[in-house]
Design a protein around this ligand. Sequence first.
Ligand SMILES: Nc1nc2c(ncn2[C@@H]2O[C@H](COP(=O)(O)OP(=O)(O)O)[C@@H](O)[C@H]2O)c(=O)[nH]1
Ligand SMILES: [Mg+2]
Length: 372
Amino acid sequence: MGLFSKIKNMFKGSHEEVEEKKVEEVIKEEEVEEDGLNPLVIEQEEPEVEEVKVEKKEKKKDEVKESVKVYEKGLTKSRQGFVSKLANLTNKYSKITDEYFDELEEILIMADIGVNTVMDFIDRLRDRVNKEHITDPSELKEIIVDELFIIYVNDEVLSNKINFNENGPTVILFIGVNGVGKTTTIAKLANKFIDEKKKVLMVGADTFRAGAVEQLKEWADRVKAGFYGKEESDPASVVYDGLELAKKENYDVVLIDTAGRLQNKVNLMKELEKINKVIDGQIDGGATETLLVIDATTGQNGISQAQAFKEITNITGIVLTKLDGTAKGGIVLAIKESVGIPVKYIGLGETKDDLQVFDIEKYIYGLFKDMM
Ligand SMILES: Nc1nc2c(ncn2[C@@H]2O[C@H](COP(=O)(O)OP(=O)(O)O)[C@@H](O)[C@H]2O)c(=O)[nH]1
Ligand SMILES: [Mg+2]
């Protein structure tokens, strides 16, 4: 079964049944993960009572439902933008011709999918059309979705999972240029972790921009996270003091906000090296994650930023913000193609619930639900 049909089955049709399937998948995934992490502990645990299991499942079901809603809402612009153009194309042509392929190519390139990805995709599509003797464009819609996302889905390297440090605080360093949404993302993520009963410390090491530390502090107060920051001092020393505090007060997660001045790459590289050295010295294994924040509305510019940051530091994941603000939701594929770093979170709006773990299935559903 193709991806398109799988997702259609998962989210559409009888609503109850569908969500059941997604929830079962999520629970299974988590069980595998837990088992893999610590088999001994799992074996010693009491078998779960049936009641608890049912309760857990109901809770997961609500979470999945809510999350699918956020995806649907946040991707409205893209659905009305490039996806509706795709749907129109199918209506416009009664036969698959060269003009059809040209127009399809243009729509996808305009959706920020990335030229090389689009070229490869068009080649594969032409191949399938020839081999399977497809002549009717309406037969192509499922194949288009399958072929567009198949590489992303099949690539196991691109895990969206955040790594947690089992012995001591998990340190997540946020980098990215001014205005992309670093501070907001830290606040949203802190809120998420606090919901999960984790003790979270925010560290304001963006000591460059006036007011940046204060802005983070306000967020910390709002979501009830701990805070450490100091304006006009050396970012690395702020990180040092922040980590001392985190260890002393047994924080589970430390989220570090930095200034991303890409204009001066050498300086930025040195600053990040210095910060990482401090983290390495304080925490076994160093920073658990380094997340690069990219603004989806900046298209190719965002891709260039990602490439530049990748040259100067080790990035473990991308947070793609403001997807709600673009009609070109294809940027996820361009990042895959030109940067090769997994998208771990996406921002679909300005409220605290609008930060979501990136899930390719929900993403595809959010984009193509009207075609399903
Ligand atoms: N619509 C929308 N706005 C966002 C999102 N994430 C951040 N923003 C907005 O982007 C602006 C800049 O965010 P900020 O966190 O200060 O960026 P920073 O300079 O990287 O720390 C703020 O007005 C945020 O509300 C998102 O996912 N969707
Ligand atoms: Mg900021």
